[in-house]
Unconditional design. Structure first.
Length: 316
């Protein structure tokens, strides 16, 4: 079993990928901030920046913190636009570095169980396929558990990913008890000495008490086989959901104890500010960014690369 996946294929092209996907609309961070602070009084410029940050899903908490830090810089350095914009980039990087924590497999657990959770439409099952491919390329044997037994086509989708990535799949009929599927998958993975078990789960709304109860039941069933399982609980969040993604993260974390996040759909309309909101308010580790449809489009989160992408003008 490979202990860490941070150096596996797919990480080296993160900055180029981010530059081509994130912040593609009107720049809300970038070189035009220098002209904003040059042509406006500090107070006006900070008000404009506040609007940009809030519209980019940075959230009230993180926005307030950033503005307070910039006001200190403006007071100390006399409003020099270069100093202020450089300080903004520095503080964004500082904030994002607090949640830059790589996905690591603990070789003392076999199988290493990863419970995948999230609402429907966030890209959870596709992320499972991408992660299975990444782990397999890293030399690990992988099993998929089709635990979403309610959504039409979910079992078939997991099975297709199993074939595509060379992973074994454990599934039951539609409508089966998800906890029973997980128990069978866990026992099978142990018997076959599989390195990693990726468990899909139903993705109804985070506000549905039944979903959370079901996920808690899955955790209890897994604990009967291994008291330490699941060893990682990854929450998949759609970046285009904005502040709703922050709410989802808070609810799932309160119910299950989320250990890491996968942020998807950064190649859509998302401006990326939600990562700052999550970092400031929840501090949950961001394990991966998912961009694109290719099986290799899953990248370990790198705070420095992400920050550079946020401050890059469209077209650069």
């Amino acid at each position: 079993m490979t202990s860490s996946q941070s150096s596996q294929p797919g990480a080296s092209g993160l900055l180029d990928k981010l530059r081509s996907t994130v912040n593609r609309g009107k720049a809300w961070l970038g070189s035009d901030l220098r002209s904003l602070f040059r042509d406006s009084r500090d107070e006006e410029a900070l008000e404009e920046l506040e609007t940009r940050l809030l519209l980019a899903d940075v959230g009230v908490n993180a926005t307030s913190w950033l503005l307070e830090e910039l006001k200190r810089v403006a007071t100390r350095r006399g409003g020099d636009q270069t100093s202020i914009t450089d300080a903004l980039q520095s503080h964004v990087l500082e904030l994002l570095q607090t949640v830059e924590q790589p996905f690591v497999l603990d070789s003392t657990h076999r199988p290493f169980v990863v419970l995948m959770v999230g609402v429907n439409g966030a890209g959870k099952t596709t992320t499972i396929g991408k992660l299975a491919s990444r782990l397999s390329r890293g030399g690990n044997s992988v099993m998929l558990a089709a635990g979403d037994t309610f959504r039409a086509g979910a079992i078939e989708q997991v099975s297709e990913w199993g074939e595509r990535t060379g992973s074994s799949v454990i599934a039951q009929s539609a409508g089966a008890d998800p906890a029973a599927v997980m128990f069978d998958a866990f026992e099978s993975a142990r018997a076959r000495n599989v390195d990693v078990l990726l468990a899909d789960t139903a993705g109804r709304l985070h506000t549905a008490a039944g979903l959370m109860d079901q996920l808690k039941k899955i955790n209890r069933v897994m604990a009967r086989v291994d008291p330490t399982a699941p060893h990682e609980t990854l929450l998949v969040l759609d970046a285009t959901q904005g502040q709703n993604a922050l709410t989802q993260a808070r609810e799932f974390n309160d119910a299950l104890g989320v250990t890491g996040l996968v942020i998807t759909k950064l190649d859509g309309t998302a401006k990326g500010g939600i990562l700052l909101a999550i970092a400031r308010e929840l501090g949950l580790p961001v394990r991966f960014l998912s961009m694109g449809e290719d099986v290799a489009d899953l990248y370990p989160f790198e705070a420095r690369a992400f920050t550079k992408a946020l401050f890059t003008e469209p077209g650069q």
